[in-house]
Design a protein. Sequence first.
Length: 255
Amino acid sequence: MNEIFSPNVSDKALYILSGYHIYALLTISFTLISVLWYARYCNELQTIKRLRIGLATFMILVEISWHVWAVSVGIWHVNHALPLHLCSVSAILSIFMLINRNYNIFELLYFWGFAGAVQAILTPDLRGYNFPRFHYFWYFTSHGAVILAVMWMLIIEKVRPTWHSLRKTVLITILYAFIVYPVNMFTGGNYMLLMQKPAVPTLADFLDIWPGYLFWLTVVALVVVTVCYLPFAIVDARARLRCLSEAKIDNSTRF
């Protein structure tokens, strides 16, 4: 038990696609499929509602638990522990989104969740912690829950983003970066990765050094969120082409 909650980093850091990383990915995948499959084919509306509220409550406990642990072991510090990273904000917003089935929050979290949380679990930065440290369990649980919340809205609530959602997300993200940047300057932090690249391999490794890094970080972010919307853009394009084809056929039959 002491080993789990120890503030000391692990003897061996977690590497991408190492055994414990693959174990976490498989666990997250199994949980997502199981919860969404059950909710999708459950005919009891009250059961689905309880499951949705239960997921939101679980996320509250998960986020609080990390801060309680960090304070209790003496590693909480403003330069890294404030909930200002996009994934941290996403986790908090996911709670409100699930409780209220809020579409406005979903528009933002669809892109932050898939562009941020998915990359976070694929290229995890655990600050030196590994299985069986508490931070390891919290990290993958928190990010996996954000993905689950977004997929819940997509599959169970049957909502989807639009081009307006993408534009709104880009604008909000840029404005949020302007807010976070002075916080980084004041605290010495690296929230939103605005000050330097993460320690683990990510897409940021191919970017320029700071401050040119900020420009290319913005470009990469725009590309990633556009790719996230691409499936819906393709569906919409096909639907428009189908409507045009049907309209032409209808006009030709009249004459």
